[in-house]
Design a protein around this ligand. Structure first.
Ligand code: G3P
Length: 287
C-alpha cells in the first residue's frame, strides 16, 4: 500500500504490460507509466518476434506500440501513460506534432513525450494549444526545464511534465539529483503548471532522494520498484541524506521564467545522443 507520507506519484518506467500488473500487485498501487522507443524494443513479445527474424512494418510497429499502451492504460485508468513520438535529431516539429496527435488518440490518459530540443519545444508549444498533455523528455539542463515552462504557459497543472534524466547525468560524471534540486527550486518562482518527473532512475537512493525532494512524479524501472517493495516501501526519514560520491554538483542558474522559450540555451549533447539512441532502437524493430 502507498506509504502515508508519500507525496510523489510513482510511475513504472517500462514497456511490458505484464510487468505493470506484477508491480501493481507487489506495491498495491501505481500512479502511471512512462514508455519510450528503447523500452518498447525490449518488450518480450517484440523480442520473440525479432528472434524469429520477423521485423515489423512501420504500420505494424505502431499497432504494436498502441496495443501495449492500450493494455497498460486499461490497468491504470486513473493514471497517466507517457507515449513517445519518433524523433531523431533531424525530425522537424511538423513531423512530431501529427504523431503526437495520433498517439494521443490511442488512449484517454496519454502524456505525449517530445524531446527537450528546439524542434521538440516547437511541437509541444503547439500541442498544448491543441489540448494535448505533454512530457518533455531528455532534459539535462535547467534551461531546458525553463523552456518547458515557457513553451507551455497557460496549460493547467497536470498537463505538462518535464523529465530530467538523472542516471544519464551520473553516468557522465555530474550529479543528476542536483538538477532535480535546481529545477524544483526554480519552479517555486513559477505558477506550478509544470510537474517534475524524475527519470532515468538507476538505484533506490535516486528514488528515495527524489521522494525527499518532493519531485511530483518519479518513474522507476521494475527492478528498483521490486527492491523497494521487497524492503517494505521504505521512505526517506528526516535525517536521510543523499550521497552523490564523487559526482560533480550542477550549479543553480537563475533563468527568468518570464522569457520566451526560444531565448534559452537548449543544447545538450546528451539530448542529441538520447534522440539518436531512441530512434536507432525504434528503427531496429522495423524491416
Ligand atoms: O524514462 C526515461 C528512462 O527510461 C531512461 O532511463 O536508464 O535509459 O537512462 P535510462
Amino acid at each position: 500500500m502507498r506509504p502515508k507520507e508519500l507525496t510523489s506519484r510513482i510511475f513504472l518506467d517500462g514497456g511490458d504490460p505484464q510487468e505493470t500488473r506484477e508491480i501493481m500487485d507487489l506495491l498495491g498501487f501505481l500512479d502511471g507509466q512512462t514508455t519510450n522507443p528503447t523500452l518498447i524494443s525490449k518488450n518480450p513479445e517484440a523480442r520473440r518476434r525479432l528472434e524469429r527474424g520477423e521485423r515489423f512494418s512501420e504500420d505494424e510497429i505502431l499497432g504494436f506500440y498502441r496495443a501495449v499502451v492500450e493494455e497498460i492504460s486499461g490497468m491504470l485508468p486513473g493514471g497517466s501513460i507517457s507515449v513517445e513520438v519518433y524523433a531523431d535529431p533531424q525530425t522537424a516539429a511538423e513531423q512530431m506534432l501529427p504523431q503526437g496527435k495520433m498517439m494521443n488518440g490511442w488512449i484517454p490518459n496519454a502524456h505525449i513525450k517530445f524531446p527537450s530540443s528546439d524542434q521538440g519545444f516547437r511541437a509541444a508549444e503547439k500541442a498544448v494549444k491543441e489540448g494535448l498533455r505533454v512530457n518533455m523528455t531528455l532534459c539535462f539542463r535547467q534551461e531546458q526545464a525553463a523552456a518547458a515552462y515557457a513553451a507551455t504557459r497557460g496549460a493547467k497543472k497536470g498537463d505538462v511534465f518535464v523529465s530530467p534524466f538523472v542516471g544519464r547525468l551520473d553516468d557522465w560524471g555530474e550529479n543528476g539529483m542536483s538538477l532535480i534540486e535546481n529545477i524544483i527550486r526554480m519552479y517555486r518562482e513559477g505558477d506550478g503548471h509544470v510537474e517534475v518527473l524524475t527519470a532515468s532512475v538507476r538505484h533506490l537512493d535516486h528514488l528515495l532522494y527524489a521522494i525527499k525532494l518532493g519531485s511530483d512524479i518519479i518513474t522507476v524501472p521494475a527492478g528498483i520498484l521490486r527492491e523497494w517493495g521487497e524492503k517494505g516501501l521504505p521512505m526517506p526519514g528526516r535525517d536521510y541524506t543523499y550521497n552523490a560520491g564523487s559526482l560533480a554538483p550542477i550549479p543553480y542558474r537563475d533563468p527568468d521564467l518570464a522569457k520566451n522559450w526560444q531565448d534559452f540555451d537548449l543544447s545538450h549533447e546528451l539530448t542529441t545522443k538520447g534522440m539518436e539512441k531512441f530512434s536507432a532502437d525504434w528503427k531496429s524493430l522495423i524491416r
